[in-house]
Design a protein around this ligand. Structure first.
Ligand SMILES: Nc1ncnc2c1ncn2[C@@H]1O[C@H](COP(=O)(O)OP(=O)(O)OP(=O)(O)O)[C@@H](O)[C@H]1O
Ligand SMILES: [Mg+2]
Length: 232
């Protein structure tokens, strides 16, 4: 099935643990507050804790559309390692076409599907394909979460370059302040603003609080919706 209209957004990050799930949940929260029917999707989750996959549970909790768990998370792998290695160990072959079928079912039930990648954009998902191939098949615009910490400029610019090289559309990026002690934070953000050819859609401070409402207000959701809409 060829997808022409983006009914979703792919959230990638500069690395693992940079806040992709956190920001995806903020987005779901903000969109739900605008009365939009939204659902999160984690196509590939690697790492089971007490019978649950953390990202999957968080995304499901932040969604306001009830969907089958198998569609929200088609591939649930046990071990917290690179997905294609976990899949091979578990005798699973990750198929983009199957993820596409699950995505289509979600997209039929929601106005926007927020799809969270595993790790960064060049993470392999099977022997021959990477996350980029998945994004291309789903035909989704991309939002980049930059985990603001030492080394992030290089990771962010490499990711932006990979997005461009793959012919994907980067709709914006978020500066997620995962390191409360980061030195020269504002200069780092300014350096990225000058070099990334897409708007900064929010600067999210580090916070210990679990209340997402205030944090969600820091993302320019209306601008994001507008940009996604222009691409349709
Ligand atoms: N702005 C923030 N303030 C405080 N804690 C944060 C912030 N952003 C993320 N975190 C925390 O950092 C940790 C990593 O975030 P998260 O799980 O969202 O990363 P991720 O990129 O989705 O990781 P993965 O690659 O495993 O999917 C989590 O414990 C999350 O709650
Ligand atoms: Mg995550």
């Amino acid at each position: 099935m060829t997808r022409t209209m983006p009914s979703g957004l792919f959230v990638t990050g500069t690395d693992t643990g940079v806040g992709k799930t956190y920001i995806s949940c903020l987005l779901l929260h903000a969109l739900a507050a605008r009365n939009m029917a939204v659902v999160g999707m984690k196509p590939i989750a690697a790492g089971c804790e007490n019978g649950q996959w953390r990202d999957v549970e968080l995304l499901r909790f932040a969604s306001n559309v009830d969907v089958p768990l198998d569609d929200l998370n088609p591939y649930a792998l046990q071990t917290p390692i690179a997905p294609h290695i976990a899949a091979r160990q578990e005798g699973v072959t990750i198929k983009i076409a199957y993820i596409g079928q699950c995505y289509d079912r979600l997209a039929r039930n929601a106005e926007l599907v927020i799809v969270e990648g595993a790790g960064g954009l060049l993470v392999p998902i099977n022997t021959y394909e990477t996350t980029i191939d998945l994004v291309r098949t789903l035909n989704l615009p991309v939002m980049l979460v930059v985990g603001m910490r030492l080394g992030c400029i290089n990771h962010a610019l490499l990711t932006a370059q990979a997005i461009k090289h793959a012919g994907l559309c980067l709709v914006g990026w978020v500066a997620n302040c995962v390191d409360p002690g980061m030195l020269a934070l504002e200069e780092n953000i300014a350096a990225l603003q000058h070099r990334i050819d897409a708007p900064l859609l929010g600067q999210i401070p580090f916070t210990e609080t679990s209340d997402l409402t205030q944090q969600a207000q820091r993302i320019e959701v209306d601008k994001l919706i507008q940009i996604i809409g222009q691409g349709e």
